[in-house]
Design a protein around this ligand. Structure first.
Ligand SMILES: CCCC/C=C/CC(=O)SCCNC(=O)CCNC(=O)[C@H](O)C(C)(C)COP(=O)(O)OP(=O)(O)OC[C@H]1O[C@@H](n2cnc3c(N)ncnc32)[C@H](O)[C@@H]1OP(=O)(O)O
Length: 400
């Protein structure tokens, strides 16, 4: 009984929430994992640490209570230093187990705890990855994703956003699965990677219910975690090494529009629209759009979209250079996939290297812009303007 309770309570602590609902993996055992734990401070940066905290949520398998306790203890040591809180009472089993784990770290320096946390997560990730390798057969739906449908066929990896009942709004799980999918696609044998949406929408952007799940650290912690997630998510697009194609099957909103500036081809159905209503939501541009949009369409048109929330038709988005080509909805799928299948036969390395030449000199700049946009949004999410706009949507008083 204690173990079951421990799992539930621990899951609420320090970014372990996502692990709670997943099945326990008996192949993940503490001694093997401890081999990955460095006993000396190797100097993991704060960014590495924050990224590891985020990666814990990506684990596909529950690492078990012992490892969760170890993660908890290292997290506390890394962020607060040695345990100096009173020991919980004998019958407070869960908090006592947590206290014991933290206290056992003694005077371990914060930096070493930070590094050990990063190493432990890295070990967990490799165990998790190797136990969930993609099947060798191509052209099969890849398992392990709940919010995406991923298929590989004709040297094309297709990532389909798959929450049609919610207009493919991006919830936290979808952000995380997309990052995983991009990492896998960057290494698989496909030549190009394609994003599309299932149902009538491409995507309605950030899932506004993301704002409702407040962690123990309160709204500030929520905003901080959101900014880290956003930065990591957009970084994956900036760094993606192969040609990236958006097949925009219907309306696109918010972050699903802004990251299009980081894609290499954007094909749109004539039913698609492109809408970035940031001011309406008390928010500000993300996805590097504060830089890519003025560059793509000129300052005047970028301002209309990003500050005044003007919704563009597919034809207008094409005229502004955001979209590569528009197709009639009735023949959209057929025409686009015929085109993409032909492109996918082009030499893989040549395409990859060409993308590098075209994009690499801007990468550093894009990472810096992404970091800045994310940190500005972290503040915005705490503003009355944003809170009121989200409340209005959630209480069904407002739609776009
Ligand atoms: C890591 C954080 C990054 C943050 C950065 C991102 C910035 C953005 O992306 S801002 C853009 C945020 N998106 C929105 O504001 C869109 C909100 N949605 C709407 O206005 C309408 O739903 C929409 C115009 C898209 C579609 O309208 P309808 O055709 O009338 O459909 P419904 O409203 O009935 O939608 C069906 C169903 O889906 C839910 N839904 C749709 N979009 C979202 C969303 N973005 N977040 C959460 N939920 C969404 C909607 O509530 C309905 O749900 P049910 O009522 O349960 O059926």
């Amino acid at each position: 009984m204690a173990v079951v309770g421990l799992s539930g309570r621990l899951a609420r602590c320090y970014c372990l929430r996502a692990v709670r609902s997943l099945p326990v993996c008996s192949s993940l055992r503490v001694p093997a994992l401890q081999l990955h734990v460095s006993k000396t401070a190797m100097g993991a940066s704060q960014k590495d640490f924050e990224s590891a905290v985020n990666q814990v949520k990506l684990l596909k398998k529950d690492p078990g209570n012992e490892v969760k306790l170890k993660l908890y203890a290292l997290y506390k040591q890394a962020t607060e230093g040695p345990c100096n809180t009173p020991k919980p009472g004998l019958f407070d089993l869960i908090n006592k187990a947590k206290w014991d784990a933290w206290n056992a770290l003694g005077d371990l320096p914060k930096e070493t705890a930070r590094q050990n946390y990063v190493d432990l997560v890295s070990g967990l990730r490799s165990s998790s990855d190797s136990s969930s390798q993609v099947k060798p057969e191509a052209d099969k739906k890849q398992a392990g994703y709940e919010t995406l449908v991923i298929t590989s066929e004709d040297h094309i990896t297709k990532i389909m956003l798959n929450r049609p009942a919610k207009k493919n709004a991006l919830n936290t799980q979808m952000y995380q699965e997309i990052m995983l999918a991009l990492e896998a696609a960057s290494k698989d044998d496909s030549t190009i990677t394609v994003f599309t949406g299932s149902g009538d929408y491409y995507s309605s952007g950030n899932d506004l219910t993301n704002f409702t799940d407040i962690p123990p650290g309160g709204v500030e912690e929520k905003a901080k975690n959101g900014a880290i997630l956003l930065r990591d998510f957009v970084d994956c697009f900036i760094d993606f090494p192969k040609p990236l194609v958006a097949v925009v099957n219907g309306p696109a909103v918010g972050i699903s529009v802004t990251v299009l500036g980081l894609f290499d081809l954007v094909y749109a159905s004539d039913r698609a629209t492109f809408h970035t209503p940031f001011s309406h939501l008390g928010q500000t541009p993300e996805g590097c759009s504060s830089y890519t949009f003025p560059k793509i369409m000129g300052l005047a048109k970028a301002v209309e979209m990003l500050i005044f929330g003007k919704k563009l038709t597919a034809g207008e988005a094409y005229a502004q250079g955001l979209v590569t080509e528009v197709f009639p909805d009735s023949t959209f799928e057929k025409e686009v996939w015929t085109r993409l299948k032909a492109y996918s036969k082009l030499p893989r390395n040549a395409m990859r290297i060409s993308k590098q030449i075209i994009r690499n000199h801007e990468k550093e700049k894009l990472h810096a812009i992404n970091a800045e946009e994310s940190s500005i949004l972290q503040e915005r999410w705490l503003s009355d303007e944003c809170v009121n706009a989200v409340m209005n949507f959630l209480s069904q008083k407002a739609k776009l």
